[in-house]
Write a protein that binds this ligand. Structure first.
Ligand code: NAD
Length: 293
C-alpha cells in the first residue's frame, strides 16, 4: 500500500523554520511580517480558512489583521480596504479571501492588489510571469507551491516525469500545471471537457487532483506506483461529525492507496501545507521590504 504523505508533519517543519526566521528578522530589524486578510460576507468555509490562516500567523509570530466587510458591500469598500493595507508599512501581504459575492468584480479587485504585497500570487502579472520562461513571479500561489513542496519533501523527482493535473482553475489547476513545467515535468491537463480522462491520468507518474469532485479519481485511473496529490476538499454530509459534514478529496483514497506509491490524505495533506506557504510568502515579502536576508 501507498506511503502516506503527511501534510501536517511537513507543514509543522516548514512553520518551525518560518518561526525561527521571523524571530531573527525581529531581532535584527525590529519588524515582524504582517498579513492582512480581506473577507467579504460570512461563508462558513471561508471563515474556517481565514481562522486557520490567522491562527497560523499568530503561532509563527506574524502580525495579522482582518477586514471583514458585509456581504452586500460595494466594490469601492473593498478597494478602500485594499488601499488602506497598501499604505500600511507594517503589512507585507494582502489576500482577498475567495470566492467573492457575485456582485463584485473579482478580476478587477485581484488586479488592484499591489504586486509586491500579492502573497496569494493571483495578480495577472504574477500569473503571467509564472507562465513565461526566463521571468520570475514575485509570489507563487500557495496551493500549487504547496503541492510541489509536498513532492520535493517526499523525495519525489519531478524533472522528466509525466504529470497530470486534473482541473484548470486560476487558483489551483492552471498555476500548478505551470509550476510543474518549471520543474521540468511533462504536463497534461484534464478538465471538465476532457474525453477519456481516465486514460490520460493512467499515463502519469504524478497525479494532482483539483477538480472539486468527490472520489472522481478511482484506482483504475492510476498507473501502479504513481504519486498522488489530492487537492480536493469536498464537504459531504455526515451527521456523526461535529458540523454535520466532513471533508473528502477528489481521489478515492481506499482504491488509490492500493495502486499508488504515495498519496496525500484529505484532510491533512495539501491544506496545512497551503497555509504554511502563505506564511512563507508573507515572510519573503517582509524580508524584501526591509532588505533583510
Ligand atoms: P474550480 O471549481 O474553480 O475548478 C475545478 C476545475 O476542475 C475546473 O477547471 C473544471 O474544468 C475541472 N473539473 C470539474 N469537473 C471535472 C471532471 N469531472 N473531470 C475533470 N475535470 C473536472 O475549483 P478549484 O477552486 O480549483 O478547487 C478545486 C478543489 O480543490 C476543490 O475541492 C477545492 O475545495 C479544493 N481546494 C483546496 C485547497 C487546499 O488548500 N487544500 C485550496 C484551493 C482549493
Amino acid at each position: 500500500t501507498a506511503t502516506v504523505i503527511d501534510g501536517r508533519v511537513i507543514a509543522e517543519e516548514i512553520k518551525s523554520g518560518i518561526t525561527d526566521e521571523v524571530r531573527r528578522m525581529k531581532n535584527s530589524t525590529r519588524n515582524v511580517p504582517g498579513l492582512a486578510v480581506i473577507m467579504v460576507g460570512q461563508r462558513r468555509d471561508s471563515l474556517t480558512y481565514v481562522r486557520n490562516k490567522i491562527a497560523a500567523c499568530e503561532e509563527a509570530g506574524i502580525k495579522s489583521e482582518i477586514s471583514n466587510l458585509p456581504e452586500n458591500c460595494t466594490e469601492d469598500q473593498v478597494l478602500n480596504a485594499l488601499s488602506r493595507f497598501h499604505e500600511d508599512p507594517s503589512i507585507h501581504g494582502i489576500l482577498v479571501q475567495l470566492p467573492l459575492p457575485q456582485h463584485l468584480d473579482e478580476g478587477k479587485i485581484l488586479n488592484s492588489v499591489h504586486l509586491e504585497k500579492d502573497v496569494d500570487g493571483f495578480h495577472p502579472l504574477n500569473m503571467g510571469n509564472l507562465a513565461m520562461r526566463g521571468r520570475e513571479p514575485l509570489f507563487l500561489p500557495c496551493t500549487p507551491k504547496g503541492c510541489i513542496e509536498l513532492l520535493i519533501r517526499s523525495g519525489v523527482e519531478i524533472a522528466g516525469k509525466r504529470a497530470v493535473v486534473i482541473g484548470r482553475s486560476n487558483i489551483v489547476g492552471l498555476p500548478t500545471s505551470l509550476l510543474l513545467q518549471r520543474h521540468h515535468a511533462t504536463v497534461s491537463i484534464v478538465h471538465a471537457f476532457t474525453r477519456n480522462p481516465e486514460q490520460i491520468a493512467r499515463e502519469a507518474d504524478i497525479v494532482i487532483a483539483a477538480a472539486g469532485v468527490p472520489n472522481l479519481v478511482r484506482g483504475s485511473w492510476l498507473k501502479p506506483g504513481a504519486v498522488v496529490i489530492d487537492v480536493g476538499t469536498n464537504p459531504v454530509e455526515d451527521p456523526s461529525c461535529e458540523y454535520g459534514y466532513r471533508l473528502i478529496g477528489d481521489v478515492c483514497y481506499e482504491e488509490a492507496s492500493r495502486v499508488a506509491s504515495a498519496i496525500t490524505p484529505v484532510p491533512g495533506g495539501v491544506g496545512p501545507v497551503t497555509v504554511a506557504m502563505l506564511l512563507l510568502n508573507t515572510l519573503e515579502s517582509a524580508k524584501r521590504a526591509h532588505n533583510f536576508t
